[in-house]
Design a protein around this ligand. Sequence first.
Ligand code: SF4
Length: 470
Amino acid sequence: MSFSDIPVPVGPVYEGERIRAKQMYVELGGPKVEKHFELVRVKQPKEIKDGQVTIHGPDLKDMKEGERYPIGILVEVAGEQLEEDLEAVFERRVHEFCNFVNGIMHLNQRYTNWMRLSKTAYEKGFNSLELLGQVLIRLYKAELPIIKQAQVTFYTDPKDIEEPYEMAMQIYDKRDERARTIHDEDVDMFYGCVLCQSFAPTHACCITPDRTSLCGSINWFDARAAAKVDPKGPIYEVPPKECKDKLAGEYTGVNEMIKKRSLGEIDRIFLYSGMEFPHTSCGCFEAIDFYIPEVNGHGIVDRNFDGVAINGLPFSAMANQTGGGKQMPGFNGVSIQYIVSPKYQQYDGGIETIVWMPKAVKDRVGDFLPQDLVPKIATEEEVQDLAQLKEWLQEKNHPIVETWAEMLEEEEEEEYEYEEEGAMVPMGTVGMTIPGVGGAGGFKIILKNCKVHAEAIIIKKIEPKGKRKK
Ligand code: SF4
C-alpha cells in the first residue's frame, strides 16, 4: 500500500495529533454543527464501485478558511465474509484511519464526529476530500483484508446531508434497540477492545450486553462479530470466569484482562460502579457520570452539551479529569446506551441516584428509564445551580432525598475529616505514565522515595452513602 500520491504523510505515528483552533484550516462536524455523522454499511459487490469517492457539497478547496461545515462520511464495503454485525466495528475505524493522516484530527464517532484539517496540510496540497476518501479506501482494504471492495461518499452541504443523516440515526437506533434485548447473565463471554490505547495506553474497554462500550459505537453483538473474524485483533474475547460480586460486576476474568492490557497499572474493575474501582475511560466517552457530593447524587453530562453542568464545570473540564485511561472515582466515562441499562452504576445506587442531566439526553433516554423517576430528574432548563437543584429534588421528592438524613447522621458520627498543618508526607515510590505522541509508546516517570510538602492535608470521604441496594 502506497500513499506517495497523497501530499502529506499517512501512518499510525500521526494518531494523537492535536490541531488547535489557531492551526486549523477548516472544522468539519463537531458540537457547533447541527448534523453530522459517519456510517459504514455492508453491501453486495454489485452495489459498489471499488475505489470511488463522491462528494456532495463543497470540497475542501471550496471552503472558507476558519469556517465550520457539516460532514457526513458514508463508507460502503463488500466482501464474501462480511455481515451486518461488523458494520459498527468497521465504523469505529474511521476515527483511527482519519487520524493516520498528518494534518487531520478526528474525534468521537457516530453523530458526534468532529474533524479539523490543519493549515499546514492544506498548504501542502491536501485540499480535497477525494484524497481522504482514497486514504480510507486503501486503509480499509489493507488493514481489514476481508473487505474486498470499498467506496466512500462525503456530505458537506447542510441540505444534502439531511437524508443520509436521518438514515444513519435510524441505523444507530436499530443497533441500540437490539443491544437492549440481552443481558450479562444471558451470555458466557464478554469482549475487550484496545482500539483507543494510542490515546490512553492503560485503557481497555470491557464490553458486555449491559455495558456497551463507552464510545457508544460497539455493543456486545458488534464485538462478538469482530472477535470472530479477527480473534487476534483489537477486539477480543474476555471469558468472565468467577463473579466475585454480582452487584459491583466484578469478575476475575475482567480483572485479569485489565491487568494484562494496562501493563499492570490497573488490576481491578467494578463494571457497574463509577465510585469504586470504576471502569477506565479513554477520551471517547459519549457522556460522563459525575458525583455531586452536595446532594449525594450523580449527574450525567454528554459531549454535545455546550453549557456548564450543574457542578459548575463544562464537559471539556470534566473530560480532562475523566479520560486518559485512569480510574477516577466520581468521574466515569459512559455511553448513552449504558444509561438505560438495568445495571447502570447499580453498585452506587443505580439510576435512582441520577439527579441532573442535559435536556437533550433526558429526551433521548427518558422513555427507557423508570417513568416515575423521569420527572424528578432536573435539567439545565429547570435549575441553574446547586441550591436550586436541592430545592427541586425536595419539591419533587426525588429518591435521593431519603439518603440526606442518613448522610448527615453519618457525617456527625464519623470523625472522618482529618486535617494537619504543614505536613511532610512520605509518598514512597510514585509512578506516572506519559502517553507518547502518536501512540509511540510514551514513557514512565518514577519518583523514588519522594516526599510531598503540603500546607494542609484534608481527607474527605466522598463515596455516596445510604443508597446501595444490596
Ligand atoms: S472507546 Fe472502547 S470500545 Fe470504543 S473504540 Fe475505544 S477502546 Fe474500543
